[in-house]
Design a protein around this ligand. Structure first.
Ligand SMILES: Nc1nc2c(ncn2[C@@H]2O[C@H](COP(=O)(O)OP(=O)(O)OP(=O)(O)O)[C@@H](O)[C@H]2O)c(=O)[nH]1
Ligand SMILES: [Mg+2]
Length: 323
């Protein structure tokens, strides 16, 4: 996963403590230092290098948001804000360079016979103030790392995205059919982010993406939680499984659920397969009905999804072959 490589981001206090502790150790550890100057110089160069390297490593470990897949960039933008991230990354990069420069400059001053202890104190003060100036940026990056690392790893396998109103049984379906183990509960908005599970049929691996529930409302009014579902439906779905709950025990009437379905069918490109869940709770005949509780018709749905995905893949291949 592209965000997995992001290193732990230290806080400014933590980083300064570590750097100056190691600097002091470098100074006092070696009795062989001939002069006071050499000892103080070693202290600030060690601290400066540690600060500078740590800051640079943080920046380097973030992926370049210009080259990552659009889906991940939009998801990162939605959850942490790519512009803010960029600003903080460039400030931390600035701090990394600045700290190194301060260490070098003060080492030079020592060599020009200024009082080593005074120069060391000045250097420590200036390095601290540079690092403290990016303290908020480090916090932002730390938070971003924690969010981004939790995003699901979307592979190249054929992809089925499950969608529908909240509480209709999307996660129950994903749990029953795939390796994913999402939280299931009897209230809406249990699922707050995307999750991916896998299953294998005839030696072929498929990925199944669980999404947060959607309400029937314009995109501009959708919450950050809902927008993640829209991104997955828009960017990674080869086929969409739309689940409705005619028992309405989910807490939403069928009319609203059907309005959402038409919107998805009309605005998104992927083919949509529609199923009616909680069959154990209703009698009337509504198209393809399933129950994730009893497992009824669940295999039929999986077969349908696979047939649809394969048909699409074949079609796309023949189109690209003809081009
Ligand atoms: N009776 C019955 N209950 C079901 C069935 N499928 C799911 N449920 C129940 O419906 C509730 C919601 O299930 P979830 O799988 O969490 O629904 P969801 O669509 O993922 O919900 P959100 O994540 O909140 O959008 C839970 O209490 C499930 O036990 C079913 O086939 N029959
Ligand atoms: Mg769920």
């Amino acid at each position: 996963m592209i965000f997995e490589k992001i290193r732990t981001v230290p806080g400014s206090e933590e980083l300064l403590n570590k750097a100056f502790r190691r600097g002091s150790r470098a100074k006092s550890g070696k009795i062989s230092y001939n002069t006071k100057r050499e000892a103080e110089e070693s202290m600030i160069m060690t601290a400066g290098n540690i600060l500078s390297d740590n800051l640079a490593n943080v920046v380097r470990s973030f992926p370049s948001f210009d080259t990552i897949p659009l889906f991940y960039r939009e998801l990162a933008d939605l959850l942490v804000g790519v512009d803010d991230l960029r600003v903080s990354l460039s400030k931390v990069e600035w701090a990394s360079r600045k700290v190194k420069e301060i260490a070098r400059m003060h080492a030079l001053r020592m060599r020009r016979r200024e009082d080593p202890k005074l120069v060391r104190k000045a250097a420590v003060g200036r390095m601290s103030s540079v690092v403290n100036r990016v303290s908020n940026d480090l916090d932002l990056l730390k938070n971003a790392r924690n969010v981004l690392r939790k995003l699901p790893d979307i592979g190249d396998e054929p992809t089925i995205v499950v969608a529908g109103y909240p509480n209709v049984g999307k996660s129950s379906f994903v749990k029953l059919v795939s390796s994913a183990n999402p939280e299931i509960a009897s209230y809406p908005f249990t699922t707050k982010g995307l999750a991916v599970g896998h299953f294998t049929r005839k030696d072929r691996r498929y990925q199944l993406v669980d999404t947060p529930g959607l309400l029937d409302r314009p995109l501009g009014e959708r919450s950050r939680i809902e927008r993640q579902a829209i991104l997955a439906l828009d960017h990674i779905a080869d086929v969409i499984l739309f689940i409705l709950d005619p028992s309405e025990t989910c807490g939403y009437v069928m009319q609203d659920q059907e309005n959402l379905l038409s919107e998805i069918e009309n605005t998104l490109n992927a083919p949509v397969i529609v199923v009616y869940n909680k069959k154990d709770l209703f009698q009337d005949d509504h198209g393809l009905s399933i129950s994730t509780l009893t497992g009824e018709n669940v295999d039929t749905v999986v077969d349908l999804l696979i047939a649809q995905v394969e048909e699409d893949t074949l079609l796309r291949r023949s189109l690209s072959g003809a081009a």
